[in-house]
Ligand binder design. Structure first.
Ligand code: FES
Length: 136
């Protein structure tokens, strides 16, 4: 049973690697900054047209983003996108992070199939919504 499950997992992974970059598979399997943050300065959720949601928590030190975390009920690429957008935002000023684009997330993750590119936009829109709530 355990053996079969491992084989199945391996099959799924091999299939994922045909469509997604190593970076995307890595961020999906080992997402960075995933999970709620205590004592956040701001939290916002953005709902995508696909029906999925990404929530972003932000904590500031002055106007520097000291910590940023995400939650999602979305697909694998939304997990990878949330992971990457938090990495890109961390340590930046609010203004700098506001200008992070969908293309930046896609580039860092080695691109998505076209039908999945909106997942990266969802992560970026969630970040911007959270940043709009902080007064600097
Ligand atoms: S976030 Fe909805 S399909 Fe990826």
């Amino acid at each position: 049973m355990g053996m079969e499950f491992d084989d199945l997992q391996q099959d799924i992974l091999n299939d994922a690697r045909r469509h997604y970059s190593e970076e995307t598979v890595d961020h999906f399997m080992n997402p960075r900054n995933l999970g709620p943050m205590e004592e956040a300065d701001a939290f916002a959720e953005f709902h995508g047209p696909c029906g999925d949601t990404i929530g972003i928590y932000v904590r500031l030190n002055g106007d520097i983003i000291e910590d940023v975390r995400f939650i999602t009920d979305g697909c694998g690429t939304s997990i990878a996108s949330g992971s990457m957008v938090t990495i890109l935002a961390k340590g930046k000023t609010v203004e700098e992070a506001m200008s992070i684009q969908q293309e930046d997330v896609l580039r860092e993750l080695g691109g998505f199939p076209p039908e999945k590119e909106h997942c990266a936009l969802l992560a970026v829109m969630s970040l911007r919504k959270a940043l709009k709530l902080v007064n600097v």
